[in-house]
Design a protein around this ligand. Structure first.
Ligand code: SAM
Length: 333
């Protein structure tokens, strides 16, 4: 049986900015600063469990989408704090990903990303619950001039994620993100033979410390994720429909990790700078509800390819976004 296509039930009234939706989520077209304070979102106040986002980076040169620079960027990002806080549940979380950037023409890093996050945290009275590193071992060497030409810097291969919350104890459960045990740990669990006693780190390891199988190991806050899948559904869809790829999309495993860690089934996840909607698709696949915001038509068009066409509800108000002929027959009023 074909899955039933129906608009999202997150809102009492279907929002006018909706470009497309599934039963679990909706892509809203527009600028986050306008949409987040629109009355359409009033009913969401206090209901969003996780805001997971990778905002436009504070670059020192213009990328394909608009990026502010310097103080303008600091002010712009900071002003989202009150809007985010209004939407969050009492034990909700905000996770912001920011990549590194470099000073133009110099082998030195910009500190703007760090300043932006500190200012966002301090001015919006948020707690820093934990910092994460997302390491991409397959990242190409960059900045090329300093790394591969002059050989005076190392390859820049990670982004930072800041987990913030108005609460000191936001909803979280690391049992939901356990990793497979290493072969050594599997052996240890099987044989129950290891060196108990004092370690140089001054930890005391008891006889029974590692004897229980907890279903996996607790991950470190350095996440190693290679973004190398050349033929994922998104890329296939974009190629097929002649849509350019989003230049800064994140690996699906990244939002998946935080959605599993910080939310439960049916919780609402918001990505206000959603680009190709990696977050919404991850939330959909994990049985969460989701809201994505993006102003750029062709990023929205490409993002539809992340969803099973049988699940998409497309309001007639945004039919101009449809380039997929099959989807054109799915327009709804
Ligand atoms: C770093 S990208 C996000 C990429 C996304 N995480 C993905 O996996 O595709 C930032 C996105 O924010 C969008 N953007 C820029 N200014 C915006 C604004 N004021 N409101 C909402 N989105 C904005 C850009 O068009 C861009 O797609």
């Amino acid at each position: 049986m074909r899955p039933r296509k129906r608009p999202t039930d997150i809102f009492p009234k279907f929002p006018r900015h909706a470009a497309y939706s599934t039963a679990n989520g909706v892509m809203l077209k527009g600028l986050a600063e306008n949409i987040l304070c629109h009355s359409d979102l009033d009913s969401l106040k206090g209901k969003v469990q996780l805001i997971f986002t990778s905002p436009p980076f504070p670059l020192n040169r213009k990328k394909k989408y608009g990026n502010l620079q310097g103080d303008e960027y600091l002010n712009w990002l900071t002003k989202f704090g009150p809007m985010f806080r209004d939407l969050l549940t009492e034990n909700g979380s905000i996770v912001i990903e920011l990549g590194n950037s470099w000073e133009p023409g110099l082998p030195v890093m910009s500190t703007l990303g760090l300043k932006a996050l500190l200012r966002f945290q301090e001015e919006n009275d948020l707690h820093l619950c934990q910092e994460f590193i997302c390491h991409n071992p397959a990242r190409l060497p960059s900045p090329a001039q300093w790394v591969t030409v002059e050989r005076i810097r190392l390859k820049d291969s990670f982004t930072r994620l800041w987990w913030l919350s108005p609460s000191t104890r936001p909803k979280a459960n690391n049992k939901n993100v356990l990793q497979e045990y290493s072969d050594a740990m599997k052996y240890l669990l099987k044989t129950k033979q290891f060196n108990a006693g004092n370690r140089p780190s001054q930890h005391h390891i008891s006889q029974t410390a590692f004897s229980t199988d907890n279903g996996g190991s607790i991950p470190p806050n350095v996440l190693t994720i290679s973004n190398t899948r050349a033929n994922d559904i998104y890329q296939e869809y974009c190629r097929e429909h002649g849509i350019g790829f989003h230049p800064a999309r994140m690996p699906t495993a990244l939002p998946e990790f935080f959605i599993k860690f910080l939310t439960g089934a049916g919780d609402i996840v918001l990505d206000p700078f959603s680009g190709s909607n990696t977050t919404g698709a991850a939330a959909e696949n994990l049985g969460r509800r989701w809201i994505a915001i993006e102003p750029t038509d062709h990023y929205i068009q490409g993002s539809m390819g992340r969803f099973d066409a049988d699940l998409l509800h497309i309001p007639s108000a945004h039919k101009e976004l449809l380039i997929d002929v099959e989807l054109q027959s799915e327009i709804h009023d």
